[in-house]
Design a protein around this ligand. Structure first.
Ligand SMILES: Nc1ncnc2c1ncn2[C@@H]1O[C@H](COP(=O)(O)OP(=O)(O)OP(=O)(O)O)[C@@H](O)[C@H]1O
Ligand SMILES: [Mg+2]
Length: 300
C-alpha cells in the first residue's frame, strides 16, 4: 500500500476555454485531515470531482487509495465517502429512511444508530428531510457520506452556512473521524476552519497551488508581525521605519519581518518625543492574513 491516500501530479482540467485546474500536485497521507482552501472558482470542486471519479482529468497522474478513480470500479466507490457541495436528497423521506437507503448500497455499512449519533441528528431522526434546517440537512449529507464506512471522506465545504455552534460540532465530528483512522480531504473558504482542523493546508488560486504546509509552516513562511498603537497623526509624524504604516480607527498599524529592530526604533523615537504609544500591541500575523495576502482581493 502506498503511504499516500491521495497522490496527484500535474492535474489539469479545462471547461472549454476556462482553465479550472492548471497543473496541481497534492499528497494526502493516510489518516490526516487535508484542507484545500481557496476563493470562489479556484478549482476546488473540480479537483474533488476528479478524485471521486465523477469527472475526467485532461492530464495528470491521479491515484486515490492506490486506484485510478477514472476507472469507476465499484470496489473503489465502496471505499470512499462523498459529501458534495450541494446535494439533492428526497425531501419526503425521514432522516432514518434516507440513511437506511444509502446504507443499502454498501456491503458493510456503519450501523444506523452510530451514523445518526456521529452527526448529532438523534433528536430529528423521524423528521422529514424537507423540514430540516440547512445545517441539519448538511449533517444528513455527512451521515450519507459515512454510510459505507469509508476509508477516505471527501467533504466539499462541509460547514458553509452553519452557525458558529453547528460549525464547532462539525469540527468535532471531523476530528472524530480522524481519531478512528479515517482520512479526510475537505475544501473550505474559511481559514479558521483549515487552521482548526487540518494537518496540511493547501491554498489554491486560479487553478494553481500557491502555498502548502502545516498551519504553522504557512504562518512562518510569511512571518510578518503586526505592531499597532493609538495615533492621531499621519505617517509624516512617525519615524522613517514607519513610513509604510496604515491608519485604521485612530490606530497606526505596521507590518514588519524584523519586530526587534522595528520596536527598538519605534520606542526610541517615542521616548525622545515624549509619545506614550498608548495601546501598543505586537501580534503575529494570523493565518487569515497569510491567506488574504496570497489570494488577494479574490478572497472574501
Ligand atoms: N461544469 C462546468 N462547466 C463549465 N465551467 C465550470 C464548470 N464547473 C466549474 N466551472 C468553472 O471552473 C472554475 C473552477 O470552478 P470550481 O467549481 O472547481 O471552483 P471552486 O473552487 O469549487 O469554487 P467555489 O468556492 O465557488 O465552490 C470556475 O471558473 C467555474 O466557473
Ligand atoms: Mg466548489
Amino acid at each position: 500500500m502506498s503511504e499516500l491516500a491521495v497522490e496527484v501530479r500535474g492535474l489539469r482540467k479545462a471547461y472549454g476555454p476556462v482553465v479550472a485546474v492548471a497543473g496541481i500536485d497534492l499528497s494526502v497521507r493516510h489518516g490526516e485531515i487535508f484542507a484545500l482552501i481557496g476563493p470562489n472558482g479556484a478549482g476546488k470542486t473540480t479537483t474533488l470531482e476528479i478524485l471521486e471519479g465523477h469527472r475526467r482529468a485532461d492530464a495528470g497522474h491521479v491515484r486515490v487509495l492506490d486506484e485510478d478513480p477514472a476507472r469507476n470500479e465499484i470496489t473503489f466507490k465502496q471505499r470512499i465517502g462523498i459529501v458534495l457541495q450541494s446535494t439533492s436528497i428526497q425531501p419526503y423521506l425521514t432522516v432514518e429512511e434516507t440513511i437506511e437507503q444509502f446504507r443499502g448500497y454498501y456491503p458493510a455499512p456503519r450501523p444506523l444508530d452510530e451514523l445518526i449519533d456521529i452527526v448529532g441528528l438523534a433528536a430529528s431522526r423521524k423528521k422529514l428531510v424537507r423540514r430540516l434546517s440547512g445545517g441539519q440537512q448538511r449533517r444528513l449529507d455527512v451521515a450519507i457520506g459515512l454510510a459505507g464506512d469509508p476509508e477516505l471522506l471527501f467533504l466539499d465545504e462541509p460547514t458553509t452556512g452553519f452557525d458558529p455552534a453547528a460549525r464547532r460540532s462539525a469540527w468535532e465530528m471531523i476530528r472524530g473521524l480522524k481519531s478512528v483512522g479515517k482520512t479526510v480531504l475537505l475544501t473550505t473558504h474559511y481559514m479558521d476552519e483549515a487552521q482548526a482542523l487540518a494537518d496540511t493546508v493547501s491554498i489554491i488560486r486560479r487553478g494553481l497551488i500557491v502555498a502548502e504546509g502545516t498551519p504553522d509552516e504557512l504562518r512562518a513562511g510569511q512571518a510578518e508581525t503586526v505592531i499597532s498603537f493609538r495615533f492621531a497623526g499621519s505617517s509624516d509624524d512617525l519615524p522613517p521605519m514607519a513610513a509604510a504604516a496604515t491608519f485604521e480607527n485612530g490606530r497606526a498599524v505596521l507590518l514588519t519581518t524584523d519586530p526587534t529592530t522595528a520596536l527598538h526604533e519605534l520606542t526610541g523615537w517615542a521616548k525622545a518625543r515624549g509619545e506614550a504609544l498608548e495601546g501598543l500591541s505586537v501580534t503575529p500575523a494570523s493565518l487569515e492574513d497569510v491567506y488574504l495576502g496570497l489570494t488577494g482581493d479574490e478572497a472574501q
